[in-house]
Write a protein that binds this ligand. Sequence first.
Ligand SMILES: Cc1cc2nc3c(=O)[nH]c(=O)nc-3n(C[C@H](O)[C@H](O)[C@H](O)COP(=O)(O)OP(=O)(O)OC[C@H]3O[C@@H](n4cnc5c(N)ncnc54)[C@H](O)[C@@H]3O)c2cc1C
Length: 328
Amino acid sequence: MEQNKLWVVAENVDEGLREASFEVLTEVARLASRRGDQIMVLFCSAPDADVNKIGVELASYGADALLPLEVVPNSSRCVGGAIADLAKECRPDAIFIAETIWGHDVAAWVAAKLRTTLLSNCVELGLGPDQELTVTRHVYSDTVAVKYASLGEQTMVITIQPGLFNVKKAFPGKTINLLERHAAQAQNPDPVQVLGFIKADPRTVDIVDAERLVVGGKGMGTAENYKLIHEVAEILGAAVGGTRVARDNGWVTLDRQIGQTGKTVAPELLISCGVSGAIQHTMGLKETKCLVAINTDKHAPIHKLADLSIVDDAPRVLKEFIAKIKTG
Ligand SMILES: Cc1cc2nc3c(=O)[nH]c(=O)nc-3n(C[C@H](O)[C@H](O)[C@H](O)COP(=O)(O)OP(=O)(O)OC[C@H]3O[C@@H](n4cnc5c(N)ncnc54)[C@H](O)[C@@H]3O)c2cc1C
């Protein structure tokens, strides 16, 4: 484990590992290949998880080793403590985690137990003139970017904002060193207990995490028409997104923009209204499971990606949809 200088803590979700963990791994692998570093991925494995399969997948993203963890109880505090104990022994240069709710919590525990700095919500990773790790994060409501460099004495704990980096299997056929499952039992009882999860309001949820999205583009025409996007989103329990033109027009805020200079989304359902389907936009929605496109131009590129194409006036279709729902 000692030769693995960069650690990536991956997060489990029902279907496997969270997309944001692959984003982190892709970006860390880019750095590691420049510095000649080895990457170890740690993840809390369910007893029945197919770690071989997970290992093969992680290797193709650049992981050199995989350490499945079995932590009891499986709380952020205990997982963070177990990772910190391992890090005290192996002294990696940095531990990277996606800045999700779970990642934020675990990273804080790891940093606290290691008595090191936590650099949260970083937006850029790089290397300095002496190949030292550098990270950039935004502060003061995104008005200032601060760049930090590692002094190499302590392990850095870094969380990375999801949705910024594209995932890339840049290492097809690479093999991985599958390490023996590491079991850890917390000594002290957890002072807090998670009682349950309350589902977020879909209207305010981060579009990266949204299960359903209604997205509007220039074809919606006016701010007044854009209200229909919100109305349909409310009916469907969906979040609202937009194109850059929608953002430029002030119909959505930057954090709701999808695409190259916005966010990458992965909803089960996305209804795209008056959006042409420019590559800079569609690169942010390629993980969408079911795409419905409403556009008056039958040759618009968005129709080529759509599972269901409606060649029609978007505000009219949305109004009709709302009316149908209201009349039952
Ligand atoms: C470096 C760079 C980065 C970029 N990053 C992003 C990014 O992150 N996200 C992003 O979205 N864009 C980005 N863009 C801009 C991108 O290239 C497109 O210009 C943008 O996505 C187009 O937005 P749109 O689809 O709303 O508008 P348009 O391309 O103008 O399309 C409007 C569509 O609406 C249709 N339409 C018109 N009237 C109606 C109606 N009544 N009903 C239904 N359909 C109608 C039209 O047929 C048309 O297809 C970037 C560009 C560059 C150069």
